[in-house]
Structures are given as structure tokens and as C-alpha cells.
Write a protein that binds this ligand. Structure first.
Ligand code: AMP
Length: 396
């Protein structure tokens, strides 16, 4: 799926329309976590260093009702971006209106080279994938760049109709998306073996397609988290008060049949009589959770077994915690797996969402090969799905 990248493009004197993901958490107009802005810097800086100009566009939150609801304005992002870049960032108070048009016309190279458009979702055309809206955006630039991995599994106008509307003009991936594709798609297509996947989290229903796909490409798929108890239930075992999805038991049976020896389930469980740190705790064999208890983490024997399998692997993919990692001591299983991944020489890929948060929280993020920035998008890629928003871009 290798795609032409922004670094392969001669941007001198050109205007590049860049879809970024500036969907940052806000408290009033204060940005509480600017990570997504910082992650977009390399692509923006590549364009500026190459003598180009950048028009940035993003969604923010889910504005409903009044389109210009200031609660969802990207104005604070423009301010923070200017601080991070150390140069002025011009801000358009609309998306394809008069202000955007005049600010696009005023764009200059270097210092005057960055413009951020107002929240794409203030325009109804964004969610509808509207062609007229897409042509208005595409008309602003000489090239298009997708650096918004977190929304790349979607086909909103800015992700799909805009690159389509660029016709013969270049359509490339930004540095962030290039890296995500490299690890979540290219590496998985040709992995060094043994290739071990660890899938955890609460609901098996969220990850059925991920497990199915990983079973076809991995040597082992290790299951943890609450989803293990739905598998237990499918085997007719005792799950006590553990979180289970009884309506997914047939599906769990199907995965057990398809997976065979490749699908590895916990051998023991750390349970508690309450969903709290100070509950009464007990380690029991998997499938023997007492009636008044619930499984809250994989047990120590499972943690050792999973860590050993990880240590022997050459490629590791991890998505979803092994237990209620927010509630010590039920973080032990997740911690053991994270530690083994951090210590291993394998190519290690952490799917977004909770496992990315866990690896950050435990301080191991810089000891893994790739931590994905997208929750839903990284799951979709692990499901082996094709992304129309990426397919539409130029091949490398
Ligand atoms: P997910 O969003 O599916 O990756 O699930 C992550 C959530 O699953 C975390 O908030 C964990 O606390 C929760 N979780 C993991 N294991 C268990 C468990 N055994 N019982 C209840 N919740 C769990």
C-alpha cells in the first residue's frame, strides 16, 4: 500500500492543502493536550522548508445546531500552532467562504506560509461528502496531503471527495500517515516470525474482525481482558460475575473453532469480589471464577506465559489491556505484557486507544517500534480493511 509521501514532492512555490487531525481536547479555549498539534509539525515543517505554503484543515468535536458554535472553533489551535512553529499562523473564520478565500490569496512563502481553516464540520458538506464543497476546497491548492490518520477510515469530504476533486494534481500522504501505514499495513503483510498478537479489552464484539484477521496472519493470538470470559462462557466454564457478552457466545465458539491452537486463552485469572482496588482478591484457574467474584485481570501464570511468547517473537502487535489496568493491582497483567514488549527486540506495534494509553502511562512508549495514534483507524487497519481515503492517493 506504499503511497507517495510529502517528502517526495517538490513543493517550492506550491500551496498544499493538508488534512490534519487537530481534534484536540479543550477546556473552554484552553487546549488540555496539544499532542495532535505537535504530531502534525513534521509535515508542516517539511512543506515550509521546501519553500511551499500550507493550508491546514481539520474537524474539531461534533458541532450540532448553530454551525459557528464557538465552543468548537479551531481558533485556539491556530494560536497554539503558531507558538509551536515559532511563526505566524493565519486563521480563516470560515471554511470555503469569503474569509478563507481572501486569506488563501494572501498566503506567502516562509513566514506568511501557514493558514488554518475553521472547523470543517461547521460546513454541512463535510459529513455529506459533498462534491461542490470538495471542489471549493480542492480549488485552493496545487497539491493535497492526508496527515490525519485518526480519520483515515472515514470518507468525509476532506478525506475522500477533496483528493478525488484534485484530478491530476498530486495527492500524497503526510509523514504521520506514512508511518502508520508502514507499520499497521506493510509490516503486517510481510512480518518477521514468530508473529504474536495480543488482543485484550472489554468487549469481544468490538474486536471480532481484528481477531479473525490476526488469526490468518499471526502465529499466535493471545487473548486477555474481559473478552476472555466470553470465550470461557463459550467453553461452558464458570465465569462468576465477570463481564461477559452472552449474545456473543456463538461467535466466540466460531473463533475458537477457526483459531485452534493459534488462539491462546488465559490459564488463570485474578479476580475480586468488587470492582475496586481494595476488594477481596483471589487467583483462580481460568474457567473457575467463584460465583461471587469477577475476573479483573489475567493471573500471574498467564502473565508469565504471555511475556515468554512475546520475548520469543520477532513481530508483536498489541491492542487492548489485559485487565482493569486503571485499578491496581489489576494492572499487573497489562504491565507484564508491556514490559515484555519494551524489553524485546521484536518489531512492536501498539494499536491506538487504551493500549497506547497504557504503554504511555507505564513509561514504555519510547521502547516500542510504533505506537499508533488512531483508535478506530488502527483497529480498522488491524481488521485488514482497505481505506478509500488512502487508496485515492498517489502510489509511491
Ligand atoms: P477496550 O476499550 O475494549 O480496549 O477496553 C478497555 C477497557 O476494558 C479498560 O477500561 C479496562 O478497564 C476494561 N477491562 C479490561 N479487562 C477487564 C475486566 N476483566 N473486567 C472489566 N473491564 C475490563
Amino acid at each position: 500500500m506504499a503511497k507517495r509521501s510529502i517528502s517526495d514532492l517538490d513543493v517550492a512555490g506550491k500551496t498544499v492543502l493538508v488534512r490534519v487531525d487537530f481534534n484536540v481536547p479543550l477546556d473552554g479555549d484552553r487546549i488540555t493536550d496539544d499532542r495532535r498539534i505537535r504530531m502534525a509539525l513534521p509535515t508542516i515543517q517539511t512543506i515550509l522548508a521546501g519553500g511551499g505554503r500550507a493550508i491546514l484543515m481539520s474537524h474539531l468535536g461534533r458541532p450540532t445546531g448553530e454551525p459557528s458554535d464557538s465552543q468548537f472553533s479551531l481558533a485556539p489551535v491556530a494560536k497554539r500552532l503558531a507558538e509551536l512553529l515559532g511563526q505566524d499562523v493565519s486563521f480563516a473564520t470560515d471554511v470555503v467562504g469569503e474569509d478563507a478565500r481572501s486569506k488563501v490569496a494572501a498566503l506567502r512563502g516562509g513566514e506568511g506560509g501557514v493558514l488554518l481553516l475553521e472547523n470543517l464540520r461547521f460546513h454541512p458538506g463535510e459529513k455529506k461528502g459533498d462534491s461542490e464543497f470538495a471542489h471549493a476546497l480542492a480549488g485552493m491548492a496545487d497539491a493535497y496531503c492526508n496527515d490525519a490518520f485518526g480519520t483515515s477510515h472515514r470518507t468525509d469530504a476532506s478525506m475522500f471527495a477533496v483528493p478525488q476533486a484534485m484530478d491530476n494534481r498530486p495527492k500524497v500522504v503526510g509523514l504521520l500517515v506514512a508511518k502508520e501505514i508502514q507499520y499497521l499495513s506493510d509490516v503486517l503483510q510481510n512480518p518477521a516470525r514468530p508473529f504474536v498478537a495480543i488482543v485484550g479489552g472489554k468487549k469481544v464484539s468490538d474486536k471480532i474482525l481484528v481477531i479473525k484477521n490476526l488469526l490468518t496472519i499471526c502465529d499466535s493470538v493471545l487473548i486477555g481482558g474481559a473478552m476472555a470470559y466470553t470465550f470461557s462462557l463459550a467453553k461452558g466454564e464458570k465465569v462468576g460475575k465477570s463481564f461477559v457478552e452472552p449474545d456473543r457466545v456463538d461467535l466466540a465458539k466460531e473463533l475458537l473453532a477457526v483459531g485452534g491452537d493459534k488462539l491462546v486463552l488465559p490459564v488463570d485469572t485474578h479476580c475480586g469480589d468488587d470492582f475496586s482496588s481494595d476488594c477481596n482478591k483471589q487467583v483462580v484457574a481460568a474457567g473457575e471464577v467463584p460465583d461471587e467474584m469477577e475476573g479483573l485481570d489475567i493471573g500471574p501464570e498467564t502473565a508469565t506465559q504471555y511475556a515468554d511468547l512475546v520475548r520469543n517473537a520477532k513481530t508483536v502487535v498489541w491492542n487492548g489491556p489485559m485487565g482493569v489496568f486503571e485499578l491496581p493491582p489489576f494492572d499487573a497483567g497489562t504491565r507484564a505484557v508491556a514490559e515484555a514488549i519494551a524489553e524485546s527486540d521484536a518489531v512492536s506495534i501498539i494499536g491506538g486507544g487504551d493500549s497506547a494509553a497504557a504503554i504511555e502511562q507505564l513509561g514504555f512508549a519510547d521502547r516500542v517500534t510504533h505506537v499508533s495514534t488512531g483508535g478506530g483507524a488502527s483497529l480498522a487497519m488491524l481488521e485488514g480493511k482497505r481505506f478509500e481515503a488512502v487508496d485515492v492517493l498517489d502510489d509511491a
